[in-house]
Ligand binder design. Structure first.
Ligand SMILES: *Cc1c(COP(=O)(O)O)cnc(C)c1O
Length: 373
């Protein structure tokens, strides 16, 4: 699905030199490379504060902790996402309130958010799934109207920007009280291990998050609150600092690959090409098709047998996951997410795809469809 080796070969000299520099300096934790990457990413995103941490899941958890939410508080998020989004809500003793998504963009339904709000609702976590921003203009206005916090899950959308009606744009992760991202190797900006970051425009929230990621400690060995140990190590920061220079190029390559797929599949009755939101740019963390009239699982098997990876993101919506089964929800409650989980398929998507590969992938998929006719 990704080609991390091919990508590394092109930046090997730069990466190796920076990693070697960290090893020689022995500043492995909170070293100058971490400070440098923090500043570079803040500038790239045009956000006031970047707080690096150990992974994207921690980023979400620390953001919710910094907001001071209390057990029983309700947090609304989409049922069609990676588990981490709801996991941290549950871990903190908060109540995940799941809602359905939009059939065309796969993004959280703003109408469903409004319908799910109760007097216990404290926060909304829109997930900018597959690489484009949720409808932030509407979600921000809902959050404002009901005085709710908003934490953006930008793990899949770093570099995407949201376009407001007044003509201004903002980067994914910089519009909510907090934005959270992941630097997992296969993410659009991936390191060579685990990593994550929290973004905020708010000085006070930034300070809180900084204290929480460091054991609740402002002055060494004085712990003002219960925190966690969540750090981005200096080697990963050095790698990310190199790769950040190429993020726009990587995202452009992904967009070009997506257009190539679009051309190959346009007009094919059994396939719906991914719909672009009119409010957001798309950084194609995933290129996800919807299939109709063919057996999705059989298609995936066929692709795999022909050495073309194809993945299902996600085969089971959160409300149907064993660990998250809840008497509040039953099968059929979120018909769109349930339908999508049976009809989506994602093709290889990364910064290094060439025309030969794209053609081969598309031809393999089309061969399956033609054989069925
Ligand atoms: C990857 C991902 C996360 C978690 O990031 P990790 O770094 O793997 O902990 C959270 N939310 C979404 C939507 C993701 O895709």
């Amino acid at each position: 699905m990704v080609d991390l080796k091919g990508q590394y070969q092109k930046i090997k000299q730069e990466v190796d030199a920076r990693v070697q520099g960290v090893i020689e300096s022995a500043a492995f934790i909170n070293g100058p490379e971490v400070k440098r990457f923090e500043a570079e990413l803040a500038q790239y995103l045009n956000v006031k504060h970047v707080i690096p941490c150990a992974n994207g899941t921690d980023a979400l958890q620390v953001a919710l902790m910094a907001l001071g939410l209390k057990p029983g508080d309700e947090v609304i998020t989409t049922t069609f996402t990676f588990i981490a989004t709801a996991e941290v809500i549950a871990l903190l003793g908060l109540k995940p309130v799941l809602v359905d998504c939009d059939e065309d963009t796969f993004l959280i339904s703003t109408e469903a958010i409004e319908n799910a709000i109760t007097d216990k609702t404290k926060a909304i976590i829109p997930v900018h799934l597959f690489g484009q921003c949720s409808n932030m203009e509407e979600i921000l206005s809902i959050a404002k109207k009901h005085q709710l916090f908003m934490v953006e899950d930008s793990a899949q959308s770093i570099g995407a920007s949201f376009h407001f009606k007044d003509g201004t744009s903002m980067q994914s992760g910089t519009m909510g009280d907090f934005g959270c991202t992941s630097f997992f190797p296969s993410k659009n900006l991936g390191c060579y291990g685990d990593g994550g970051a929290i973004f905020t425009q708010d000085d006070e929230l930034a300070e809180k998050a900084r204290v929480i990621v460091n054991h609740g400690m402002k002055v060494r060995y004085y712990h003002d609150e219960i925190g966690v140990n969540s750090r981005l190590d200096s080697i990963q920061a050095a790698i990310l600092s190199v790769k950040l220079q190429y993020l726009d190029l990587y995202n452009n390559n992904r967009r070009a690959a997506a257009l190539h797929y679009d051309e190959a599949f346009r007009g094919v009755e059994q396939l719906s090409i991914p719909k672009r939101s009119i409010h957001s740019s798309h950084v194609f963390h995933q290129y996800t098709l919807k299939v109709d009239g063919i057996d999705r699982n059989e298609l995936q098997q066929y692709m795999m047998q022909n050495n073309v990876p194809a993945m299902i993101y996600y085969p089971v919506p959160l409300h149907q996951q064993k660990a998250y089964r809840d008497e509040r929800y039953k099968d059929g409650d979120f018909p769109i997410a349930e339908k999508l989980s049976n009809s989506v398929i994602s093709l290889p998507m990364h910064s290094e795809l060439n025309k030969l590969q794209l053609n081969h992938i598309a031809e393999t998929l089309l061969k399956f469809i033609n054989n069925k006719r």
